[in-house]
Design a protein around this ligand. Structure first.
Ligand code: HEC
Length: 169
């Protein structure tokens, strides 16, 4: 419980400090609706099958993105992990479209949880990162989850693989 209230504090600070409107969330009234519709289609075709329409994941198998993916931005290795995780890096999207999908995923499912100052992904860095495939992603993920716990970003039983609070019951 202590960890949870610390998380709330961390997130509240992040919200206040958030400098980039890019992480403000998926506001349908936003002027970028046109842009988002392409990104949404890419997510729907390439990612949704595993991560769910609502970012809810496949409990026990595929992590939920909603309410979880943003937490990686607080970890030194998190950026590299998000860029190289196989489901994303090996998708059949070109570098620019994958960068856009990853940015959309953070803005939509990580809204309010992205570390202040975390710069949006660029096509160039996606291109470089996906040439270095992540072969031990389970190990890397387990290490990052342990770091999240140590930082109080998540509680003991949380690992992003259970049913999300929004989708329980
Ligand atoms: C075949 C199922 C599958 C597809 C398709 C898929 N993913 Fe994933 N994704 C996973 C699994 C499983 C993990 C957990 C890490 C691992 O074991 O590879 C994951 C992890 C992630 C993570 C890190 C979150 C975490 O908690 O580990 C992100 C971000 C992500 N995927 C984004 C995407 C995006 C963006 C797409 C579409 C371009 C996509 N994924 C397509 C299965 C998939």
């Amino acid at each position: 419980m202590i960890a949870r209230s610390r998380l709330a504090a961390v997130l509240a600070t992040a919200l206040l400090a958030a400098s980039s409107p890019a992480w403000a969330g998926d506001d349908p009234a936003a002027s970028q609706v046109q842009h988002y519709s392409g990104v949404k289609a890419d997510y729907a075709f390439r990612c949704k099958g595993c991560h769910g329409f609502d970012g809810e994941g496949t409990p026990g198998h595929v992590p939920r993105l909603r309410g979880f993916v943003g937490l990686y931005t607080w970890l030194p290795e998190g950026r590299d992990y998000l860029l190289r995780v196989p489901g994303a890096a090996r998708s059949r999207l070109d570098d620019a479209r994958l960068a856009a999908v990853l940015n959309w995923v953070l803005a939509t499912y990580g809204a309010g949880q992205v570390a202040p100052g975390f710069a949006p992904f660029t096509a160039e860095e996606v291109g470089v990162a996906r040439r270095r495939p992540l072969l031990n992603q389970k190990e890397v993920r387990a290490r990052l989850i342990a770091e999240m716990r140590a930082k109080g970003l998540i509680g003991e039983g949380e690992d992003g693989l259970g049913v999300s609070p929004e989708h329980r019951g």
